[in-house]
Write a protein that binds this ligand. Structure first.
Ligand SMILES: Cc1ncc(COP(=O)(O)O)c(C=O)c1O
Length: 390
């Protein structure tokens, strides 16, 4: 049931809005899709090549290679680096499961580690403590649009002789001490899942790198190891980027910085408004970190998370949990034998985190509604008076 306030204002804040809510953008994207359909070239081709050039320039790398999804990007990056059976790859357990799945798909084993309680991300100390002779690679995940402190990890990796593959699937366009994420390790991986900061109209992804050898290797692997047609040099995959997705992404890439600016503006405004609510912990702090953040998600921490979500729902404000189960406690990774209690920070986060609505098309009125609803709870946390279906 909605509260009297939500009923009287009639404002409902969704968790996100997709492209059909912007008629001008929708029209432009429909035109781009029509052009591809009329030419009938649906896999790879000039739209994909153009996107690859534009994305590489945007990420300040020499190459970008379009692939079928973020998960494919990670898997092919690892395979290009010849990480496989018998190898371990360090992965934060506080991530979307795809980061670990890609390691498994490459034939290697994810070595799941905990995260820092303030940033919710991995750092060099955590990586150093996890190193074993079998570790060949680490995957720092720029989760929620916040950037991992990369310098010390890259240095440690160099000393230890292991690779660094960035999972930038939630941080398109973020800068880390001035450099674009994705350009800081050997390979950066992006997902263009529709709700991402740069989202396609279906599944899509890309790797970026400044190594010609790795770019070429991913190009081979994404299309049956084939070059030229029907000469199969390695065992590859069907992991090409569709031309339709590339055509959509090219138009949206031109708007990404504007959208990220709006995300930052909304993130800063929410932080300001929520800072005096004691029951809610705001996302990682520190001036540099805030400046880098592209707010894919605005994730707060609250000991009474379920009551907070019920309170928000009662005021017409959607919310979500990213993610309810750390990777090591999923059924899929039970075989790793990491019991509850083994990675305690991530386990605590899974019980306490709550993502509030934040998307570029959010109006100031919607922002006010989210902030007011969350602050009302933060100042006077109370047992839930409404249920989440309200
Ligand atoms: C952190 C992270 N890694 C990897 C992925 C996988 O991307 P995709 O869903 O495009 O395979 C996602 C996307 O959902 C993600 O959020």
């Amino acid at each position: 049931m909605l509260s009297a306030e939500a009923q009287s204002t009639g404002v409902r804040v969704p968790f996100a809005r997709l492209d059909f809510d912007d008629p001008e953008l929708l029209e432009e994207l429909m035109g781009a899709v029509r052009q591809v359909a009329e030419r009938g070239a649906f896999t790879l081709g000039d739209q994909v090549e153009e996107l690859e050039r534009e994305l590489a320039a945007y990420c300040e790398t020499d190459f970008a290679v379009g692939v079928a999804s973020g998960t494919s990007a990670l898997e092919l990056a690892l395979r290009a680096l010849e990480v496989g059976p018998g190898d371990q790859v360090i992965v934060p357990t506080n991530s979307f499961i795809a980061t670990a799945e890609a390691v498994s798909a490459a034939g290697a084993t994810p070595l799941l580690v905990d995260v820092d309680p303030d940033t919710h991300l991995i750092d060099a100390e955590i990586v150093a403590a996890a190193l074993t002779p079998r570790v060949r690679c680490v995957i720092p995940v720029h989760l929620f649009g916040a950037t991992v402190e990369m310098g010390p990890i890259v240095e440690l990796a160099r000393e230890a002789g292991i690779h660094v593959v960035e999972d930038a699937c939630q941080a398109h366009g973020a800068r880390h001490h001035g450099a674009r994420v994705g350009s800081l390790g050997q390979i950066g991986c992006f997902s263009f899942y529709p709700t991402k900061n740069l989202g396609a109209w279906g599944d899509a992804g890309a790797v970026v790198t400044s190594s010609p050898r790795l770019a070429e290797r991913v190009r081979l692997l994404r299309a049956h190891g084939e070059r030229p047609r029907y000469r199969h040099r390695v065992v590859g995959a069907t992991a090409r980027l569709d031309a339709l997705q590339a055509a959509v992404l090219r138009r949206k890439l031109r708007r990404l910085d504007t959208w990220n600016r709006r995300r930052r503006e909304l993130g800063a405004a929410l932080r300001r408004r929520l800072c005096d609510g004691e029951a809610i912990d705001l996302p990682a702090t520190g001036p540099e970190r805030i400046a880098d953040h592209v707010y894919h998600l605005f994730v707060v921490r609250c000991a009474q998370r379920d009551a907070l979500r019920a309170h928000l729902a009662g005021r017409g404000v959607a919310s979500a949990i990213h993610y309810p189960t750390p990777i090591h406690l999923t059924e899929a990774y039970a075989h790793l034998g990491l019991p509850a209690g083994s990675l305690p920070v991530s386990e605590m986060l899974a019980e306490q985190i709550c993502s509030l609505p934040l998307f570029p098309g959010m109006t100031d009125e919607e922002l006010r509604q989210v902030a007011q609803a969350a602050l009302a709870f933060a100042k006077a946390p109370a047992p839930a008076d409404v249920d989440l279906a309200g």
